[in-house]
Design a protein around this ligand. Structure first.
Ligand code: GLN
Length: 536
């Protein structure tokens, strides 16, 4: 097993995750088996309890792990499914060291960051990567070099490099920013020099520098970075703003990065095959049509909060040669002002998942608008629950129908906790999580969208369910549950009979969407939006 450690310097948000995923994709294109690990230096055990507004979306894995959104990028770029052990956090590492200490496993020793925490980190990295049987493991270190929190992780990977004999078993890729002052100024290398200095102070010499800049690095700037940072010229790589994140692997490939890594790590090269990737990218960047989809939610100020939906629309759009433009609309605004023109003009509406009561009535108003005006609609998780409440209130005359998450006293608790969730008090990792089977009814739209499969696996992250007491009434009103859990009690997909496209799911189809294999329900929404825009 060979390791590539990806660190970040200068500022956060440089696209380290995309760089890591792209390198992975490039190595995969040479016939290598690649896996990836994300290290997050925060004290939370997992991302499940973190606010998407601060941290971006919580990504959900097959095994129910609630993890950093970068794992979503790895899955999409590498077309693999990882487990929650691929997200290592300070919280997880400390928890396990403290548990061992309590069991007396350290035999009377003083338990310290070095060697106990660092040993634990090395051990986890090795065991997680070994379990995959991959040739190369990419380890992305979250945070920025110099942060107090990331020190133990950097120290651990420094030790790993030494233990593995330096040279051909490990390499360090450092991502930095090369800013330009003003509009025509010179590209500045000083921040890169400083962050490499910082990295060296902890004993790590980068082998590759990937520099984010608006434009490609000028030759003289590459030379300067090479000289000051002691990295071969060919290992200074530009990562300018790309047309799509899916273009980044090609930008890196063109500069010879894959060849450099393969030589450095002495990997077997089976020859390059990026045909599929290129054809996908060409569909993403050459759309023939455009549709506009509104995302009516709560975290509309940070696109990262809904990143898997955005990617699912890119995947769906590519298959239909369509550019999907998103309009993020705050559901509280709808609640206050009604169906504003921005919402009335779109070709389709998405209501994504969420928690809590803020903006809930606005979401229900958006559902009603989509249902009555026959606007293509997709509701996911909380969106499914809102669509169900809307049908209860306006087609079944259940005034005040609600979910007990928001109104525990409602007369019509159409969305409620199932008995198994009632006594759960802890918040971390206690929802219904991860991949669960969904039985799809044969004569439904869902069945067609899922390629005539009647059993599919989709990922979940929720506590509340459609109250089984009302199922019959809903179906009579035309809100048909075409997908159900095998127990027949938990409703999974709703589709409105007689509407061009009004679908909702309790699960999150966006988490399994991949380039070339879009989420069926997002694909359906884009297709219906196209029909509405171009055929009416
Ligand atoms: N809050 C809802 C529940 O817990 C929906 C969760 C979600 O949208 N992810 O059931």
């Amino acid at each position: 097993m060979k390791f590539i450690f990806v660190t970040g310097g200068v500022i956060s948000g440089l696209g380290k995750g995309i760089t890591s995923s792209s390198i992975g994709r490039l190595l995969k294109s040479r016939g290598l088996k690649v896996t990836a690990i994300k290290i997050d230096p925060y004290l939370n055990v997992d991302a499940g309890t973190m606010n998407p507004f601060e941290h971006g979306e919580v990504f959900v894995l097959d095994d129910g792990g609630e993890v950093d959104l970068d794992l979503g990028n790895y899955e999409r770029f590498l077309d693999i499914s990882v487990t929650s052990s691929h997200n290592i956090t300070t919280g997880k590492v400390y928890r396990s060291v403290i548990e061992k200490e309590r069991l007396g496993e350290y035999l009377g020793k003083t338990v310290q960051i070095i060697p106990h925490i660092t040993n634990e980190i090395k051990c986890v990295i090795k065991s997680v990567s070994d379990a995959t049987g991959a040739d190369v493991c990419i380890v992305e270190l979250g945070g920025t070099v110099g942060d107090i929190e990331s020190m133990p992780f950097l120290e651990a990977v420094r030790q790993m490099n030494t233990e593995l004999g330096k040279g051909e078993n490990c390499m360090f890729v450092h991502t930095t920013l090369v800013p330009v002052l003003g509009t025509v100024g010179e590209q500045k290398t000083k921040p890169t020099q400083h962050s490499v200095k910082e990295l060296r102070a902890i004993g790590i010499q980068p082998d590759v520098i990937v520099a984010r800049a608006k434009e490609p690095l000028e030759y003289s700037i590459k030379r300067k970075i090479s000289l000051f940072c002691d990295v071969p010229l060919e290992a200074v790589v530009s990562c300018p703003d790309a047309r799509s994140i899916y273009e980044v692997p090609l930008v890196l490939e063109e500069q010879g990065l894959t060849d450099f890594i393969i030589r450095h790590l002495k990997l077997a090269d089976a020859g390059q095959d990026l045909t599929e990737w290129k054809s996908f990218l060409s569909k993403v960047v050459n759309p023939t049509r455009t549709v506009k989809i509104a995302c009516v939610g709560k975290y509309t100020h940070l696109a990262d909060s809904y990143i898997s939906h955005l990617e699912a629309f890119h995947h769906a759009g590519a298959e239909l040669e369509t550019k999907v433009e998103m309009a993020f609309i705050d559901s509280e605004v709808i609640q206050e002002k009604g169906i504003i023109p921005e919402l009335a003009q779109v070709d389709g509406i998405l209501i994504p998942g969420g928690f809590g009561s803020r903006g809930i009535e606005g979401k229900i108003m958006a559902c009603r608008h989509a249902r009555e005006d026959k606007v293509p609609f997709l509701g996911v998780c909380l969106g499914f629950q809102m669509a169900t409440i809307e049908v209860a209130r306006h087609l079944l005359d259940m005034e005040g129908a609600n979910t007990t998450e928001i109104d525990p006293e409602t007369k019509f608790p159409v969305i409620d906790l199932l008995p198994e969730q009632r006594d759960v008090k802890k918040k971390g990792a206690t929802m219904r999580l991860g991949a669960q089977p969904v039985v799809v009814a044969e004569d439904s739209r869902a069945f067609e969208l899922y390629g005539n499969k009647n059993l599919v696996m989709e990922r979940h992250r929720h506590r509340y369910e459609v109250n089984p007491k009302y199922i019959e009434e809903f179906e009579k009103a035309g809100w048909r549950f075409s997908g159900k859990a095998p127990d027949g009690v938990k409703m999974e997909i709703g589709e409105l009979v007689g509407h061009p496209y009004y679908m909702a799911s309790q699960f999150h189809p966006e988490f399994k969407s991949r380039p070339g294999k879009p989420s069926p329900l997002h694909f359906g929404l884009v297709r219906a939006a196209l029909q509405r825009k171009y055929q009416s």
